[in-house]
Design a protein around this ligand. Sequence first.
Ligand code: NAI
Length: 271
Amino acid sequence: MTNNLLQGKRGIITGALDENSLAWKTAIKAHEQGAKFVLTNAPIAMRMGEIKKLAEQTGSEIIPADATNMDELTNLFIKSQEVLGGKIDFVLHAIGMSTNIRKNLAYPELNYDFYNKTIDVSALSLHRMLSVAYKMDAISEWGSVVALSYIAAQRTFSFYTDMAEAKAMLESIVRSYGYHYGKYRKVRVNSVSQSPTKTTAGGGIKGFGDFYDFADLNSPLGNASADACADYCVTLFSDYTKMVTMQNLFHDGGYSYTGITDDLLKAFARE
Ligand code: NAI
């Protein structure tokens, strides 16, 4: 499905680690829709062999940047504008990491150094990126910034520990910067709250497989796939959603508003 929705648009896409990444799928779709963009990831996390494949496939340059480092983010926005030949029209924030989750620490046992890191990497990084862009006036009028979130920002999910707070903060930054950047340059800022998806970040959560199946059964449309998430992000980067800003948009097959489905009840039936 190519409609040139993003023809002539310049973007920055963070977080493409491997071909399962939500950012990877978004890069492929944005390329199909005519966008030019730069790919970026933390030098330490980047799997060079993998991301190079995506860069070749989409004709993109890779500019490494740790999203917690202001100098590297400044370099990212300067270089991206040079490479792409103008201001940035869209940014995808697809960055998340919790050492507490990786180490399987229960909520009452969280390590606070890890906790701070989770917040810095997974939430403050959006504030940092937007601040760098704002001060440099690097995003064009009506530009669009999308961050990926999860419903644990609103409701408790036992296994999501400190990432729940990170996502709540991320969504708050979306609203606050959506206001300030909207007034300044009519730049839109939104988050997409995605279904559980089998990626490196998602799969790192204990019991993720079972929960993935549970969410699938409890969504009238089933879990939203990574490809569908990428399509949604593309529409948010496009000019067809110009008046949407400061929103947390559920992209979850109806999960967020479903109490219980017949399919889930059947799975628990006693006979
Ligand atoms: P992923 O593991 O493919 O992507 C996470 C990315 O964050 C990786 O590319 C990683 O290198 C990057 N990253 C980590 N630390 C960084 C740093 N300091 N600077 C720059 N980049 C850094 O997994 P996925 O699932 O594609 O994650 C993308 C976003 O989607 C995350 O924010 C995640 O929380 C969110 N999300 C994922 C869901 C899932 O079930 N997979 C559901 C809802 C939201």
